[in-house]
Write a protein that binds this ligand. Sequence first.
Ligand code: ZN
Length: 298
Amino acid sequence: MHLPLFRIFLFLLTFSHAVSATPPQVVVSIAPIHAITSAVMRGIASPKLLIEARTSPHDFHLRPSQLIALQSADLFIWVSPILEQGLAKVSARSSMQEKSLTLLEQAVIKKLKAREAGIWEDEKNHHNAQVDPHIWLSPSNAIEIARIITKRLSDIDSINIVHYRENLASFEQKVTMLEQVINTEFNLKGMPSYLVLHDAFQYFEKYFKLPAAGAVSIDPEHSPGVRRIQTLRNYIREHDIGCIFREPQLSDRMLNSISQGLEIQTGILDPIGNEGDSYTQLIQSLSQQLRNCKTSAE
Ligand SMILES: [Zn+2]
């Protein structure tokens, strides 16, 4: 078969364009940061999520297949060795350093200290206050994270720079509206005092002005012991705590041992969300989870 020359030429042109425009392979550690990255990369490529949404980032161990994904990535986005401790070693390798984007190290991200007073600590907890790494739960930080990712992607994939910037603008617009959406649709004013499972929600609490009374577990990798449970039960009685939340990766058995016989609602508060959810869905789900407790306490 004889193709006219110009069609061959067109074919080659398309082909060469496709090759040079191969978007970067991006690996992201946790689901909420993956959601933000996906928003920036929309229509260009899909980033890969490393840690499944149901696995706690504090308690994660790298599998060989995940190591391969990291090694072949062009860009690896994660929060910090404080959060994804299981990734600290591999990220320190010289082959990883140049392509790693460590969000907690970025100056524009607003950081809060982990809480350390009253019921937020117990006698075993003597470590110095460190930065609270759950930075994505503040919508203003989420916008900064999206900007940092956009800049980094534009540096390594300048062909798609216009798309990244358009996606960023649309993400910023959605997130800017969040505060209003939460305040009108979820009405969280008058929430009873509540305890969270671990000190993960501070950025959300500050942004939406809904401070938690304390955390059940000081160390996110360990369940509270008998003494801690007794301390919590006393605290709940004395401070009129209305709700206590666990996280989805843990069974409710532990919460039951705390709440048994007390007038307190139990619920789930999830700082990670589901894989595939957008960032605004994550924040709206959190608000709804808080609201469930408020409604049942009314
Ligand atoms: Zn955490």
